[in-house]
Structures are given as structure tokens and as C-alpha cells.
Write a protein that binds this ligand. Structure first.
Ligand code: FE
Length: 207
């Protein structure tokens, strides 16, 4: 999907160089400590990330009553699970889940900027912030989904949810076929961040 939008080939390297320069300057000026950035990175590796969303989705798949509660009152249902602290913290104040089903496919965007449910999905990918993605996501969601490799049948409706500082949406994707015997942990391993944004389906386990 990285070739969908126009970004320079060296964007990762050039961003990393800018970040290193900025970090060095902030440390030199005494604004942050030498371990501040590492602490933030560790937070997104262990506390806030798509691994939390995947656990929530897998639990919703195995427990229909939980799924219902998750859709009706997302923060309350998330609080039932044993997840890292901070589920209601920064960028997670007002999260809301919507479930894909046989009739509806849901797509999450932020038309204004890049609002995203950090505690359950981590930090948004760069293309989520792309003005073209944000504009086309509302104008022609089916075409955008097609470019991501998701063909939504005409009979199925597409709902686009615009995240904001008030509500940050995420998708409960459909459980793939042939997963009846899988443990909740194995199910969680199938759930990708893209599937929880609505730009991908969850693939069945490799045979
Ligand atoms: Fe935003």
C-alpha cells in the first residue's frame, strides 16, 4: 500500500535523520533527558499498540455478549479486560468500536488531521495522515478500499467513520472462516492494525 500515495523513497531515512537531529538538540538544551525518547518508544512497544486492539477483537469474536457490550459502551467493555494501564489515557479518552458484518463494512479515517485510538492501535501510519487518503476516504470509499485490496460487494454498505478529538473509532473486523478451533490468543495473532482501521480484512490462518 506504500505506493498508493506520493512519498519520497527515502522518507524513512530522512525522517529518522530529522528526528535524531531534533532529539540531540533537545537533549543539549536540557529540554528532555537522554532516555526520554527511549521511554516513549518503549511505551508504544509494550503499553499502547495494536496488540491491545487485537486482544479486544479476539475476545469479541469468542464472546458475542462481550462484542455487544463493546459496541454499546466501548471504554467500559475495554476496562473489563486485563490490558496495560492507559486505555483511557492520551488519545484514548473517547474510543468507540464499530463491527463489520455481512451487511456493513466500516472504514475509519480522520478528515481533519489524524485522530486515532492510540491505546488500542498505537500510532497511526503515515498514509493515514495523507490529505489524499483523508479526502478520498469520504468521497469514494469503495474505490479507496479496492486500492487497498478490499472489494466490498455492492450489496454491502460502506460506512465511513470520521475520528476526532471527541470520538476515536476502531473496527471489529469479521472473524475469518476456519478458525473455530483456535484459541483466543491464536485469533488475536490474526488481527492486523489495518483490519481494525477497515482497510483490510482478517485473513484466515495459513493452511
Ligand atoms: Fe485528527
Amino acid at each position: 500500500m506504500t505506493d498508493l500515495f506520493e512519498f519520497s523513497d527515502d522518507r524513512e531515512a530522512s525522517s529518522a535523520a530529522k528526528v535524531r537531529a531534533l532529539e540531540a538538540l533537545l537533549i543539549e538544551k536540557g529540554v528532555i533527558g537522554s532516555d526520554s525518547v527511549d521511554a516513549v518508544l518503549k511505551h508504544f512497544e509494550t503499553m499502547a499498540g495494536p496488540f491491545n486492539g487485537a486482544k479486544i477483537v479476539a475476545h469479541a469474536w469468542v464472546d458475542p455478549a462481550y462484542k455487544q457490550r463493546l459496541v454499546e459502551d466501548t471504554p467500559k467493555a475495554i476496562a473489563e479486560l486485563s490490558l496495560p494501564l492507559g486505555m483511557a489515557g492520551a488519545e484514548g479518552e473517547h474510543m468507540a468500536a464499530v463491527a463489520n458484518d455481512a451487511d456493513t463494512h466500516n472504514l475509519i479515517i480522520c478528515t481533519l488531521c489524524s485522530c486515532y485510538p492510540w491505546p488500542v492501535l498505537g500510532l497511526p501510519p503515515y498514509w493515514y495522515k495523507d490529505p489524499v487518503f483523508r479526502a478520498r476516504g469520504v468521497r469514494e470509499p469503495r474505490a479507496v478500499l479496492q486500492e487497498f485490496g478490499v472489494t466490498v460487494p455492492e450489496a454491502k454498505s460502506v460506512k465511513v467513520w470520521d475520528s476526532s478529538a471527541q470520538i476515536r473509532w476502531f473496527v471489529i473486523p469479521e472473524r475469518p472462516a476456519n478458525t473455530d478451533g483456535l484459541s483466543e490468543e491464536a485469533l488475536a495473532a490474526l488481527v492486523t492494525p489495518e483490519s481494525m482501521m477497515g482497510v483490510a480484512l482478517v485473513a484466515p490462518p495459513a493452511a
